[in-house]
Design a protein around this ligand. Structure first.
Ligand code: RTP
Ligand code: MG
Length: 158
């Protein structure tokens, strides 16, 4: 597509509680902007158990699930919508592998290498597919739900 707008993809990023309390926010935002992303939305959120379990529902049967919920509810997090061409894959590359200890060895310039601690406390989240991105963006930003966007389009049309 040639209009430049449709080419831009959106993804959901979240600075997790350890990242926010560790004062990594300014550094992470600098990396985001220098890597060509626009920050379209941002919101500080305090997840409760229900919210964290919904957000990470795909992992509900994993052994680390209860620990993950405890971690994600331990303090405020910063949810952001990032926009860029190929945003979903490029953001996953920029944050690095899940285990921050491994990231420090294999991807030393990744965000998790810089700010994360281990395989759980890895300071940052990124959507892993277009479906996840849509679900996660509308989880934190109700106005980005597909139903809401469709209503907006219809409203403009008629
Ligand atoms: P995320 O969804 O947060 O962006 O992380 P990810 O895709 O790299 O990793 P995923 O497999 O989706 O796991 C979600 C989060 O669960 C925690 N985790 N702990 N103790 C463990 O072995 C373990 N494995 C995963 C991490 O916080 C991980 O980011
Ligand atoms: Mg994941």
């Amino acid at each position: 597509l040639s209009n430049g707008i449709a080419e831009r993809e959106k993804t959901l990023a979240m600075i997790k509680p350890d990242g926010l309390s560790g004062n990594y926010t300014d550094g992470i935002k600098k990396v985001i902007l220098e890597s060509g992303f626009r920050i379209l939305r941002e919101r500080v959120v305090q997840l409760d158990e229900n919210g964290a379990a919904t957000f990470y529902a795909e992992h509900s049967s994993r052994s680390f699930f209860s620990s993950l919920i405890k971690y994600m509810t331990s303090g405020p997090a910063l949810a952001m919508v990032l926009e860029k061409e190929n945003a979903i894959a490029d953001w996953r590359t920029l944050i690095g592998p899940t285990d921050a200890r491994k990231a420090k060895i294999t991807h030393p310039h990744s965000i998790r290498a810089m700010c994360g601690l281990d395989s759980e406390k890895n300071c940052i989240h990124g959507s892993d597919s277009p479906q996840s991105a849509q679900r996660e963006m509308s989880f934190f930003f109700k106005e980005m739900s597909s139903v809401h966007l469709l209503c907006q389009q219809l409203y403009v049309q008629f």
